[in-house]
Design a protein around this ligand. Sequence first.
Ligand code: UT7
Length: 331
Amino acid sequence: MNLADQPVAILGTGSYLPAKALSNDELSTIVDTSDEWITSRTGIKNRHIAAEGEHTSHLATHAAKKALEQAGITADQLGLIIVATITPDTLTPATACYVQNNLGAPQAVAFDISAACSGFLYSMKIAENMIQTGAVDYALIIGAEKLSSFINWKDRTTCVLFGDGAGAAVLGASIEGTGRILATDIGTDGKQTHLLNIPGGGSAHPTTEENVNQHLASLSMQGKEVFKHAVTRMKNSANTVIARAGLEPSDIKLVIPHQANLRIIDAIADRLTIDNKKVFVNLDRYGNTSAAAVAIALDEAHRQEKFERGDKIVLVVFGAGMTWASAAIEW
Ligand code: UT7
């Protein structure tokens, strides 16, 4: 059988959260904040923080092993590994190279992509296309972040929002017709780079003592502006894939959105006219894990059997860039 003739499907998912949890109450002993403020403004109650010496590639590897196991694929069958991250182990080589070595996947070409919180669905699109063209049979896509290393822990406007974690999926031809990707949408608006960024550590602001002291290597965000863009872009993108898949909002069993803020998620559900009971939320436990967020949520929803064979689900994300993406999947 020619695998390239088959629709592309998600064959397995996995996720990993580091052991240490950090609650809102614990955070309020570090910065001037409160459980009441964080919960009412964001819905976040808790986040996980990687241990010292536990790098993004380690989180990614744990998630990947679970996805491979569920897919029934061994690492040496992989032709492609993409790690979506804004918190790589090193600027170079790519985090995906460490993961390739950790997994023992010598046949896989491995690289990172930087599309912030949208990276996992950008990776899905790239992997889908490479499988469809016959370039690879099996692809591993991972969203993995150790944001705790890029947070200014004295800045209450950002440090309460983010957490560490990883989620993964194995993609291949849909031989049994399950997990099929029906439609995708990806987009970028480079006019908004200033709204959400980590300005330092690159060629614009190299790692000098002065730049580090000014916290330029920490995440910086204009929250209110990002909020507005997030609602509009995610609503439009989700509507686009629903229409491209020939579906109506009422056909969707579950929406799995980027996990940044419960108010954003509720606003999107409202605008999509989808009951918010059909929207998966886990940001209360993990905060915003950027590229990992939708991947972790997909894995949890899958393992909790929130959808079954034949159900249509929509993934929708938004992040720095600005970037956005969606996928409609028939499970
Ligand atoms: O993953 C990429 C996508 N990211 C997002 O989608 C994030 C989008 N933005 C948001 O989720 C929200 O804008 C935030 C949660 C970041 C902020 O919520 P907000 O309702 O927009 O609050 P704000 O920034 O307008 O701040 C309101 C007040 C300010 O005080 P004043 O000026 O009214 O006196 C802040 O200083 O809340 C204050 N504040 C805090 N107070 C207690 C800001 N952070 C905190 C805090 N604890 N942690």
